[in-house]
Ligand binder design. Structure first.
Ligand code: PMP
Length: 365
């Protein structure tokens, strides 16, 4: 640490991302990326012509991407007989981490701060620290589900990942709506990073509630973790506020290629459905296989499973799998006994299962 670091950051404990090893190739199931490559439409969009224009700044409104997101969500809402959203309801950022950071900065006051489930996305308390905001961790239910009662009428901006990070447990939309209705004067941020794998999006509630902001990402269900494309959907006023933050910090937050990649990924509904259903199918298969090997699992609706085995600790299992070339995530803390495993391709999952069976055999479990 230098002697110039401002004292307000002395106590900050930065977020620790999952390992991104560069040394050897692992079956990489530790950061909930998609096992599939981006849509062929994305690969076509990132051509040499576009690369040759990198001398020019990107569109600060990311118009093409915003339009693609608004059209796709409008089509999905209309299919349910609901009215659509406009481009003024959409904000885009450099990954949803950046979107969340702008939302924390804009909507969490230093007096009230922010509340989120005690088990959830590890970045929320880090953002709270970064922006000097009081942070309240709301206790979980005994089965590790989010306790909606803990959020009703709470005096803080609420942030909930749904399905929840780490556990994959989905809170029914009716519960989300009750939290939103019972906190009319506080913003509720619903982080839908994992929603495309079986949950129902809260975007349909936005027309009825001006205190709801839905945040999502193209990192999980649209194969663009490395493209860094996140977005938020909410009332025009909320989106205007987020844009105020962005234009006061980094107007060109998305680069030219990410705007094109994001738009092409959003427009390819067929590929999106093909890949997300493959992940859901494999998730259910992994749940069955792990159960039959003696593991207990949370009822995850995300692109990962959270599993524990009475006969082996989480860290030991993580290390044993790593030694066998399979990288999973051991989160420690309240989830010390568990490992979180991203759902891979069929082939990756076979390699995972072979490694798990081998560990179980070696330990006589
Ligand atoms: N929200 C949740 C719940 C996540 O798990 C993640 C991924 N780690 C993010 C947001 C951030 O995703 P990204 O910045 O890649 O969009």
């Amino acid at each position: 640490m230098s002697r110039f670091l401002d004292t307000r950051y002395l106590g900050i404990a930065p977020y620790t991302p999952g390992e991104q090893p560069q040394d050897r190739s692992y079956v990489k199931l530790n950061t909930n990326e998609s096992p599939f490559p981006p849509s062929p439409a994305v690969i076509r969009a990132l051509n040499a012509d576009e690369v040759s224009r990198l001398n020019l700044y990107s569109d600060p409104t990311a118009g093409k991407l915003v339009e693609a997101i608004a059209s796709r969500y409008t089509a999905a809402l209309k299919e349910q007989g609901l009215s659509g959203i406009g481009e003024r309801n959409v904000f885009v950022g450099n990954g949803s981490d950046e979107v969340l950071a702008f939302a924390f900065a804009a909507f969490c006051s230093r007096e009230l701060g922010v509340a989120s489930p005690a088990i959830g996305y590890g970045f929320y308390p880090v953002f709270a620290e970064f922006f000097s905001l009081p942070y309240e961790a709301v206790p979980m239910l005994p089965d590790l589900a989010v306790d909606p009662e803990g959020f009703k009428g709470i005096e803080a901006t609420v942030v909930i990942a749904n399905p929840n990070a780490q556990t994959g447990i989905y809170l029914p939309l009716s519960e989300i709506e009750t939290i939103v209705s019972e906190n009319k004067d506080r913003l509720v941020i619903v982080d839908e990073a994992y929603c495309d794998f079986g949950g129902e999006s809260a975007v349909r509630l936005i027309a009825r509630h001006d205190n709801l902001l839905v945040v999502s990402t193209m990192s999980k269900s649209r194969q663009l973790a490395g493209g860094r494309v996140g977005f938020a959907i909410g009332s025009e006023e909320l989106i205007e506020d987020l844009n105020k933050m962005k234009f006061s910090f980094n107007p060109y937050n998305l680069d030219r290629l990410s705007i094109l990649a994001g738009a092409a990924a959003m427009e390819d509904e067929d590929y999106f459905n093909l890949t997300r259903t493959a992940v859901m199918r494999e998730r259910e298969r992994l749940k069955k296989e792990f159960s039959s090997l003696g593991f207990s699992l949370t009822p995850s609706l995300a692109n990962f499973i959270l599993a524990r085995h009475g006969g082996i600790g989480g860290r030991e299992l993580y290390l044993a799998l790593k030694a066998r070339g399979v990288l999973v995530r051991w989160l420690g803390g309240e989830l010390e006994d568990y490992v979180r495993i991203s759902v891979g391709s069929e082939e990756q999952n076979e390699a995972l299962l072979a490694a798990v069976r081998d560990v179980i055999k070696e330990k006589n479990l």
